[in-house]
Design a protein around this ligand. Structure first.
Ligand SMILES: Cc1cc2nc3c(=O)[nH]c(=O)nc-3n(C[C@H](O)[C@H](O)[C@H](O)COP(=O)(O)OP(=O)(O)OC[C@H]3O[C@@H](n4cnc5c(N)ncnc54)[C@H](O)[C@@H]3O)c2cc1C
Length: 493
């Protein structure tokens, strides 16, 4: 028995059941009606280069084999042209605020992707460097005939795609597939949406078309004759220029299978609580899936397909989960895709910019440095506990994330500094950071995006306010503080 098959055999029935379901639904992507609207052809030509030696799937945001529309489209293109399939992942010297905590989590999952690819006769290449150069060199050196990539609407990944598009030889097409969203970002809406209210129906009305089953990625029928260097996992992190001091987390394990097992635990134990208890940080009622979603180790679409099976027994929870995981999450991609200032005050609505400006000079009772925030040294034991959770677990409870960011606005000199520091801390420590939902979460909390104006008050102006007493009314603050050990530190003017 090969390594991959042996590993799968040991896994829970749930992982194996999904594999069976996929096979029962469709034989392969060749027998499946692939919705072309999931694909954007970015180059002038869309035909695979003649007499080439393979197709490249440049994997970046969606680090999984199955339930991945980009992988499926790449396999379809390769089989149609009777070509071998190559998956390339580029380990970057650095990526936004990612640290060793994120790199190790991601690499461990990619190692599993390599194993699964091998089992399917797909070549997996672990490359090092900036993708716009590295993928180009790979394509030229090994005579590849087309590049397919996934979709990540942040400036840096979009700029690599743009650069690669310009540099690729004219006879090689570059296609992008939105493998992260259920409704492809460009199909959900062609403009920047104002709020969840304006995008909800646009997304929900297209679910019949896009919320489909997945065909399986199958054993690839075409084998390469070319020789490639072995993937050097030992030296994968040799040249990276990242912070190596941030400790790895222990509660979440990397990879597709671990993500699916977390989904199983959510469905069995927590889904029933999701609607009524998801704003209580002392309870375990959330899905906890965001680290796996962020790295694309599991597909949100797959989770929705599975969770929806409980519509009759847990109607409200299923609806709430769909609202968060589909509407709110896809709204974040919409914001980053259509607003180039997705992480600065320039990206806020005029009413929010004006109100924050009007309150710029308001007296701040507490002003902290970045180091004080980072080391949980504020006067507020709840805030410090949330920060401790972030440092240790790489994830603050969803409700407290809002409190956490809004207090940074209250206790810094300017809204610009508050936004910069909240993004810095979120990107550095959160397992799901460096994500559209992270920029939107910070922008919502501090700059009122996707929100409305509220009663005017000091520092916040009309930006929505949350306070300690409000939290006490919602949940047992003492219990949360006892769990996470936030101390009250002497206040500093
Ligand atoms: C200041 C701040 C920072 C945030 N940073 C991030 C981040 O870096 N990455 C991130 O994925 N989310 C972020 N969020 C959104 C949200 O808090 C997290 O998605 C959620 O807490 C993840 O935990 P979960 O998977 O257990 O959530 P669940 O409640 O189980 O939700 C399931 C999924 O729905 C999506 N989702 C839930 N709430 C939101 C939301 N408000 N906006 C967009 N998508 C949502 C996520 O993909 C999540 O995994 C942030 C919110 C705030 C206020």
């Amino acid at each position: 028995m090969d390594q991959f098959v042996a590993k799968r055999a040991k896994l829970s029935n749930f992982v194996n059941k999904l594999e069976e379901d996929r096979k029962n639904d469709s034989e392969s992507v060749m027998k499946f009606k692939f919705n072309k609207k999931r694909v954007r052809v970015l180059t002038a030509i869309d035909k695979v280069k003649e007499n080439c030696k393979g197709i490249v799937y440049w994997m970046f945001r969606d680090s999984r084999v199955q339930d991945n529309w980009a992988f499926l489209f790449a396999q379809k293109t390769a089989i149609k042209n009777r070509l071998p399939l190559h998956v390339c992942f580029c380990v970057l010297p650095k990526f936004l605020g990612a640290t060793i905590r994120h790199y190790k989590f991601h690499l461990a999952a990619l190692k599993q992707v390599e194993l699964e690819c091998k089992n399917l006769n797909v070549n997996f290449h672990l490359l090092r460097g900036e993708p716009n150069d590295v993928i180009l060199k790979f394509v030229e050196k090994y005579d590849m005939g087309a590049v397919i990539t996934d979709f990540f609407p942040l400036r840096l990944p979009l700029s690599w795609v743009d650069d690669l598009k310009k540099k690729l030889p004219e006879d090689i097409p570059l296609c992008q597939v939105d493998a992260h969203n259920i409704v492809p970002c460009w199909e959900a809406s062609d403009k920047l949406e104002y709020s969840a209210r304006t995008i909800r129906n646009k997304i929900n009305s297209k679910l019949d078309e896009y919320l489909t089953q997945f065909p399986p990625v199958i054993k690839h029928p075409y084998t390469t004759k070319q020789k490639f260097t072995e993937n050097d996992w030992e030296n994968a992190l040799k040249d990276v220029e990242i912070d190596k001091s941030v400790k790895e987390i222990t509660w979440a394990k990397p990879g597709y299978e671990e993500g699916i097992l977390e989904l199983e635990r959510f469905i069995e134990k927590r889904l029933k609580l999701y609607d009524s208890k998801r704003n209580d940080p002392t309870l375990n009622a959330l899905s906890n899936l965001s680290p796996w979603f962020h790295f694309g180790m599991i597909s949100v679409q797959r989770c929705i397909l599975e969770v929806s099976k409980y519509k009759n027994s847990h109607k409200k929870s299923v609806e709430s989960f769909m609202e968060e995981a589909i509407v709110r999450r896809e709204l974040s991609d919409n914001f980053c895709f259509y607003n180039e200032h997705y992480d600065s005050l320039k990206g806020a609505k005029q009413w929010a910019v004006d109100t924050l400006d009007n309150h710029r000079k308001d007296k701040r009772e507490y002003v902290y440095t970045l180091k004080e925030f980072e080391n949980s040294l504020t006067h507020d034991d709840l805030w410090n506990s949330a920060q401790n959770q972030l440092l240790q677990d790489g994830k603050i409870h969803g409700f407290l994330r809002m409190y956490w960011a809004k207090k940074i606005l209250e206790w810094t000199r300017t809204p610009e500094e508050a936004l910069e520091w909240s993004i810095y801390l979120n990107d550095k420590y959160s397992m799901d950071g460096r994500d559209p939902s992270g920029y939107v979460g910070c922008m919502w909390s501090i700059c009122g995006i996707h929100d409305q104006g509220w009663a005017e008050r000091s520092i916040f102006g009309k930006i929505r306010f949350i306070n300690y007493k409000g939290c006490q009314r919602k949940f047992d603050v003492k219990a949360f503080v006892a769990r996470w050990g936030g101390k009250v530190h002497t206040k500093k003017k």
